[in-house]
Write a protein that binds this ligand. Structure first.
Ligand SMILES: C[S@@+](CC[C@H](N)C(=O)[O-])C[C@H]1O[C@@H](n2cnc3c(N)ncnc32)[C@H](O)[C@@H]1O
Length: 229
């Protein structure tokens, strides 16, 4: 079967003894497709790590991963936050993510059921929010970005990773994509409307689809940095 030739992020799914085979098969299919489109997971790992660096300097970091799926981003970034929380509407994915985080000994990360449009956290609860490969499934990305901004602390960072605008119409039918990627201008307008200024944009080319990382900062000064100063 094709899934056995998968490489990169996600091959660890194969090693989980108690994983739901249906969830694993679906995840592996997604990962195989994603690796093809991304031109390799290593570039995404590298891009994520580098763009999160400015958030870490001199302070603790609570990271919120919206649409966490199998908790892959919490795992990839585990060394870069002190407290991690992943939210997702898919209970099977969450069950799998829980088992994976436990097996990996990542006690500083947890996952919960939650909707990206209505996050059950108070205003300003997170130092950083990541939305990784979720918004192309979203009916209202702007509303999701607004909600991400609400839960971000002043000075906190929002990192969105998704496809750059493309014309692969067939992905609507084959992969339930609602949006065919995003152009930088549209994303910048949504950031601005949510009170977030764009700090850095990076395009990772080389796959069938280009992946873009948009990093923004919410207006204000982070409390922890001020106290530490
Ligand atoms: C392609 S997966 C990406 C998972 C993860 N971010 C990653 O990159 O490995 C998209 C995820 O978004 C979740 N999702 C979609 N709409 C959502 C919503 N309204 N609230 C929370 N999660 C949502 C799906 O359940 C799915 O797990």
């Amino acid at each position: 079967m094709g899934v056995l030739s998968v490489t990169g992020i996600g091959t660890e799914l194969l090693d989980q003894p108690d994983a739901d085979p249906v969830v694993v098969a679906e995840s592996l299919r997604n990962i195989a497709r994603a690796n093809r489109w991304f031109g390799g997971a290593a570039a995404v790992r590298y891009g994520l790590a580098r763009m999160l660096e400015p958030m870490q300097r001199g302070s603790t970091l609570s990271l919120l991963d919206l649409g966490t799926g199998t908790g892959r981003i919490l795992e990839v970034l585990a060394g870069r936050y002190e407290r991690g929380l992943g939210l997702d509407v898919n209970q099977s994915m969450l069950a799998y993510a829980r088992s994976k985080l436990k097996t990996a000994g990542l006690n500083h990360a947890e996952v919960r059921h939650g909707d990206i449009y209505n996050v059950a956290l108070p205003d300003g609860a997170a130092d950083a929010v990541v939305i990784h490969q979720v918004l192309h499934y979203a009916h209202s990305p702007a509303a999701a970005i607004d909600e991400a901004s609400r839960v971000l602390a002043p000075g906190g960072r929002l990192l969105i990773v998704d496809f750059a605008a493309h014309e692969r119409e067939e992905l609507r039918a084959t992969d339930a994509h609602i949006r065919l990627g995003f152009d930088d201008e549209t994303m910048a307008a949504w950031f601005k409307a949510a009170g977030i200024s764009v700090e850095q944009v990076e395009h990772l080319e080389g796959g069938e689809l280009t992946v873009t990382l948009w990093l923004g900062a919410k207006a204000g000064v982070r409390q922890r940095q001020r106290r530490a100063a």
